[in-house]
Design a protein around this ligand. Structure first.
Ligand code: SAH
Ligand code: SF4
Ligand code: F3S
Length: 497
């Protein structure tokens, strides 16, 4: 299939214009994204009739599990559904219900099975409801087999490589009589295809995520992501910059550049570009005020990038730098390709270049072969670095990864005990870090009216901390200066100055 549009730079109006040109009397085009426009048009006609028949709108409910990649994919899915004539709803009593799944740890899978079981009743109430599953978990053969056998109420399953095909799959399901009774399964493996120029929504009007690359090549020995998201592929820098410019025109002030390892961005492009260079180009975009990125792999964190951060006025003073373990021996078995010393050196360089930088991390406890000494080294490193926040994970065996068949699997009770010790340590350190910042004034991007107390606004500082402070809802999406008055652990209470 030919890749037609490569830029995610069209706004809703432009897409609507292109949709109008579609002739439904012809067979569907072969090229993307025109082919999907064709199916969106089909769905629009179907939805018009259906809404009249029901005397109410059609509702779509999307639940997202997992990371920022999935969150961004869900925005794209919602964009397609809205264009097709559905309205978003928070309720699971919907006409279209989708779980965008994650499989990074086993728990993630269990959650989805639990939720699917509960849907049986919903479907009895509304037999026309379409239940769809997509995301990383669906890239696992055993999962799809299990759902095929045990969860017959599922209508559509697709994977991480063909999200752009949603309108086509839904059209088949809704319009083709033969497909109605069958579970429609469409999973692709390892495609290079990046189809863009499709409708896409954003949760916030003033900030948004931008995919700069897809997939991962690192094969950390515990991790399933490279198997379910495929090989690393970067978007062209011109396409990324054009997308950000388009977002800024629509009122976006802060972007989050997304990739499993943004530090290796651009290496496999025909004309290679470094991530640091991409950031330099983004910095020049007029009207863009803040740049964030996620995630940085320590092995690819270059001096050039640190310099760009130091020189930048827009890059936020926060880096999420997953450590995984403080033991160089375990890091090697994890295939992380850095040592404890390499990591500490990076932290030193970062703090020298950007003194008020906030550092956050991910840590796995109970990796196969982890001894008490290895674990102590992790604790020690956590103390030495003094993270602003750390996400701690109990090691979870993922079928097909090298670690799953390693010797020395740690007993669950031992792992749990270490996990609790680590968590206590992490919480103490981040509370100390947060307390140090009280009394200082920060520029905050206001994100929303506080859900518990509508007299309060909630926003984020450059270092990614949250602060609640009294204000007016008209300030959502603007920058205000706030003094951090009291640290509450997860967030601050503050006052505008
Ligand atoms: N690409 C990112 C991480 C994506 S997954 C990176 O390299 O940093 C997010 C986190 O989940 C990882 O950093 C790791 O700490 C955790 N994780 C991944 N696989 C896991 C497993 N099998 N068991 C426990 N935690 C895991
Ligand atoms: Fe998983 Fe490692 Fe890739 Fe991160 S870098 S997604 S932990 S394989
Ligand atoms: Fe989960 Fe897939 Fe992200 S496995 S963490 S949703 S890339």
């Amino acid at each position: 299939m030919e890749i037609a549009g490569k830029k995610d730079v069209m706004n809703r109006k432009e897409i609507e214009k292109r949709l109008e040109k579609i002739d439904l009397t012809l067979p569907p085009p072969e090229t993307e994204p025109e082919r999907q426009y064709y199916f969106i048009r089909l769905l629009q006609d179907w939805a018009e009739k259906k809404k009249k028949e029901l005397g109410r709108p059609l509702y779509a409910n999307i639940t997202t599990f997992g990371c920022q990649m999935n969150a961004r994919d869900s925005e794209k899915i919602l964009g397609i559904m809205q264009m097709a004539g559905f309205e978003e709803t928070e309720s699971e009593e919907a006409d279209f219900l989708l779980y965008n799944t994650c499989t990074v740890r086993e728990n993630a899978n269990l959650k989805v099975y639990g939720r699917l079981g509960q849907l049986k009743k919903q479907k009895e109430k509304n037999p026309d409801m379409v239940i769809a599953l997509c995301g990383c978990m669906m890239q696992e053969k055993e999962v799809v087999e299990k759902i095929g056998k045990s969860y017959r109420n599922v209508d559509i399953i697709f994977g991480t490589h063909n999200i752009f095909k949603l309108a086509e799959l839904l059209s088949i399901k809704l319009l083709d009589q033969r497909a109605k009774q069958k579970m429609l399964i469409d999973i692709w493996d390892g495609t290079e295809e990046i189809v863009e120029d499709l409708p896409n929504e954003r949760k916030y009007s003033f900030k948004g995520g931008v995919n700069i690359m897809f997939g991962c090549n690192n094969f950390c020995s515990y991790c399933i992501v490279p198997y379910v998201r495929g090989r690393e592929r970067s978007r062209e820098p011109e396409d990324i910059i054009a997308e950000i410019k388009c977002m800024v025109q629509d009122g976006v002030k802060e972007v989050m550049l997304l990739g499993q390892n943004v530090n290796s961005y651009g290496k496999n492009l025909k004309n290679p570009v470094t991530f640091a260079e991409l950031l330099r180009r983004a910095e020049e975009i007029e009207g863009l005020e803040r740049i964030r990125f996620m995630t940085s792999h320590p092995k690819d964190l270059s001096d050039e990038l640190i310099q760009v951060m130091a020189d930048s006025k827009k890059i936020c003073h926060h880096m999420h730098l997953p450590l995984q373990s403080g033991s160089s021996r375990l890091l090697k078995v994890m295939n992380r390709r850095y040592t404890k010393e390499d990591y500490l050196l990076l932290v030193e360089k970062l703090r020298k270049a950007v003194p008020d930088i906030a550092l956050t991390t991910d840590i796995i406890v109970g990796f196969p072969g982890e001894t008490e000494e290895d674990f102590e080294e992790t604790l020690d490193l956590v103390r030495t670095v003094g993270y602003d926040n750390a996400f701690t994970f109990l090691y979870s065996k993922r079928t097909g990864t090298p670690a799953a068949s390693m010797e020395g699997q740690v007993l669950p009770e031992v792992a749990k005990e270490r996990f609790d010790r680590l968590l206590t340590e992490v919480q103490q350190i981040s509370a100390q870090k947060a307390a140090k910042r009280t009394g200082t004034v920060h520029t905050i991007l206001v994100e929303e009216v506080n859900q518990q107390d509508s007299s309060l606004l909630t926003g984020r500082g450059s270092q990614n901390f949250l602060v609640h402070f009294p204000g007016d809802k008209a300030q959502v999406g603007t920058f205000v200066n706030v003094r951090l008055e009291e640290s509450k652990g997860f967030y601050y209470l503050g006052k505008q100055v």
